[in-house]
Design a protein around this ligand. Structure first.
Ligand code: SF4
Ligand code: SF4
Length: 369
């Protein structure tokens, strides 16, 4: 099935993988235990053994256009059973991280988000952006009124307008990166003459995303599946609650919404789900932080931003109801974190929602899954 794939060795790519968390990949002696224990791999040309081989050779093109690296959910089963401690789960995570950087448009944003030394700059951008919008809106100083109203600090029209504009640009960049990834998928694993139908391919992908049914088959770290499911549904609930809030504002409804409003209830359910799942994932990552290097940085950063968005969102709600001025400061931090999460989506670990969905669709379309 694989055709016309350049197989040249790229030592720079190999070095990138080693730095991104694949430092044990050279220990692999190709016993194939990992592919045997992986419950998510298809039987035909299973992963991750072949990826370990390609990675140790530094075969850049083979790996970047390999849908299998995105079919892996980093459950860790293969690493538990690997007799050599080659850590195939972390190697695949490192390949995904390097892939995200490779497909980043513009490329400097990929580096900005991936490298710890640029973190202050990556955080400074949303801070400066928000301050500039506040200056334009004429609300750079904290409101003097005794009643805390967040709209007095950041008027809704300015908030929704400025964030929507930047997010639209982000979506455009994400589409450019995704189209380059799709082109490489097609080169490495061409769609057969009679591929599965569009809906026949798409429906199982949607089902998998909302149920995580393939992820649930992992055994060694089965709690990761539940934690990830919690984070996923928590995020969806918060996203829907935000859309409801924007609609209420646009339609001139009662805002801030009362606690019993369905949109508010949805947001609070989402907050609990995301906090619970995020806490489990972060705790696990911290407990293994010493074993890996930069892939852990990306994992930790993404989870930290996600949890910051959630925690500050909850605290803003409480302090606003208590009429405390600290609500404004918390709101500012909340917005910086929201900006970071959404506007850097194609460059952070969050990009897996994009590339994994495409890889799953490609795998269904070609009959690989
Ligand atoms: S990664 Fe480990 S289990 Fe997999 S082939 Fe290499 S040595 Fe064997
Ligand atoms: S981490 Fe899990 S899903 Fe990924 S290759 Fe290993 S066993 Fe398979």
């Amino acid at each position: 099935m694989s055709a016309h794939v350049p197989t040249s060795v790229d030592p720079v790519f190999l070095t990138e993988l080693l730095k991104a968390g694949g430092e044990n990949l050279k220990k692999c002696y190709q016993c194939a235990t990992c592919s045997t224990v992986c419950t998510l791999t298809p039987d035909h040309r299973p992963f991750p053994r072949k990826e370990m081989l390609w990675a140790s050779w530094g075969q850049r093109e083979r790996l970047l256009g390999d849908p299998d690296i995105w079919l892996c959910h980093q459950c860790g089963d293969c690493s538990v059973y690997c007799p050599r401690g080659a850590d195939p789960a972390e190697t695949l995570a490192a390949i995904r991280e390097v892939s995200i950087r490779h497909y980043a448009v513009p490329s400097f944003l990929g580096r900005l988000v991936a490298e710890p030394r640029f973190l202050p700059l990556a955080l400074a951008i949303p801070v400066v952006f928000i301050l500039a919008v506040l200056a334009l809106a004429g609300t750079l100083t904290l409101p003097k009124s005794e009643i805390v109203r967040l709209a007095d600090f950041f008027p809704h029209a300015w908030l929704n307008g400025s964030f929507s504009l930047v997010f639209l640009a982000t979506c455009g960049f994400a589409l450019l990166g995704a189209s380059r990834f799709w082109r490489d998928l097609q080169r490495n694993w061409p769609v057969p003459g009679t591929p599965r139908g569009l809906f026949e391919s798409l429906l199982p992908v949607v089902n998998e995303i909302i149920t995580h049914d393939r992820f649930s088959k992992c055994t060694a770290h089965d709690h990761r599946y539940l934690a990830h499911l919690g984070v996923f549904w928590g995020f969806i609930c918060l996203l829907l609650a935000t859309v409801v809030a924007i609609l209420v504002i646009l339609l001139g409804g009662d805002y801030p919404m009362p606690l019993y409003h369905p949109g508010k209830l949805l947001g609070n359910v989402g907050m609990v789900l995301l906090l619970s799942g995020g806490y489990v994932l972060l705790k696990e990552r911290l407990s293994t932080a010493g074993k890996t290097s930069r892939s852990t940085y990306q994992d930790l950063l993404f989870l930290s931003i996600l949890l910051t968005v959630t925690v500050t969102g909850g605290l803003v709600q409480v302090t606003r109801m208590a009429n405390s001025q600290s609500a404004y400061y918390l709101y500012f931090i909340h917005l910086v974190a929201v900006f970071y999460l959404l506007m850097y989506l194609p460059y952070s670990k969050f990009a897996h929602v994009l590339y994994r969905t495409l890889a799953l669709f490609h795998a269904r379309r070609t009959g690989r899954l």
